[in-house]
Design a protein. Structure first.
Length: 285
């Protein structure tokens, strides 16, 4: 049977169209394999779910965290892997993204089945749309921020301790008539030194003190801030007609003060608070 020239031309065009489409499909498949391979190498967990929260795809990091492969995860939901309380939250967040079409991002507690204990992760969830623009599911990415969270908490605790120390300041305690004591505790920075000096001068002036005991037994480190406080205190208190007695000086602290060439003229130094109290009681005017 002889085919017409027109039929042969149409057949050739069909074959060419098929080859073009096949090439485009192969290119898309190659691109998909590339991006999935890339996603599997990332130290992040990624997933794609349908509108009902069923797994459509997940990368290697997420699959490893739940102890399964991709085929085992397909069609599963968060309720198949996570404690119910966490699963309900994850599912509610995904559904909110699907229903509103809005991105959700935040830091939350996470407990992976294949790992021990809980950790904190930063999460970003976005809607997935089909070719017509309708929302067909959700996609999420999350990464471990436990170390960052712990560092933030430690910094918060450090700041809280610093605030407590500042609030405690350097208490000025009346020991006897015209005798005051100021125990210094911890590390003395510029702010605490200024606060201590201000409190000391006000106390000496209001109570008409003759002797002030500055006890450094609890000072953890002697540095220029501490030395400056002692020198400034001695000079300022002397102008108010009182004397400063320094107690609780340890050998290492004395050596450090010598090395810093600290000029403590007019300051009486004694080893203990008890010795300082005895000295003050004997010499108060």
């Amino acid at each position: 049977m002889i085919r017409s020239e027109e039929t042969l031309d149409e057949s050739g065009e069909d074959h060419a169209l098929v080859r073009t489409l096949e090439a485009k499909v192969r290119a898309l498949e190659d691109e998909l394999r590339f991006f999935r391979a890339l996603a599997d190498e990332l130290p992040l967990s990624l997933y794609h779910k349908d509108r009902e929260g069923r797994c459509v795809w997940a990368n290697a990091a997420l699959l490893e965290s739940v102890g399964t492969g991709l085929e085992g995860a397909l069609g599963k939901t968060v309720f198949d892997y996570y404690p119910r309380e966490l699963a309900e939250k994850y599912d509610a967040d995904d559904r909110r993204v699907v229903e509103t079409g809005e991105t959700w991002q935040g830091v939350e507690e996470h407990q992976a089945p294949a790992t021990e204990g809980s950790r904190y992760v930063e999460v970003k969830k976005v809607p997935v749309r089909d070719a017509e623009g309708a929302i067909s599911g959700s996609m999420g990415i999350y990464w471990d921020v436990t170390g960052v969270r712990r560092a933030e908490r430690l910094e918060e605790e450090r700041r809280a301790q610093a605030i407590t120390l500042r609030e405690l300041g350097a208490p000025l305690l009346p020991l006897a008539d015209r005798v005051l004591a100021m125990p210094l505790i911890g590390r003395i920075d510029g702010a605490r030194a200024a606060q201590a000096l201000d409190s000391l001068l006000h106390g000496v002036s209001e109570r008409q003190a003759a002797v002030v005991l500055l006890d450094v037994t609890g000072v953890t480190m002697i540095d220029h801030e501490v030395v400056r406080l002692l020198v400034d205190a001695a000079g300022a208190v002397r102008l108010l007609g009182a004397r400063v007695v320094l107690t609780g000086v340890k050998a290492a602290m004395a050596q450090a003060m010598i090395e810093m060439d600290a000029r403590l003229d007019g300051i009486v130094t004694l080893s203990t608070m008890q010795a300082g109290v005895a000295w003050a009681l004997a010499r108060r005017g």
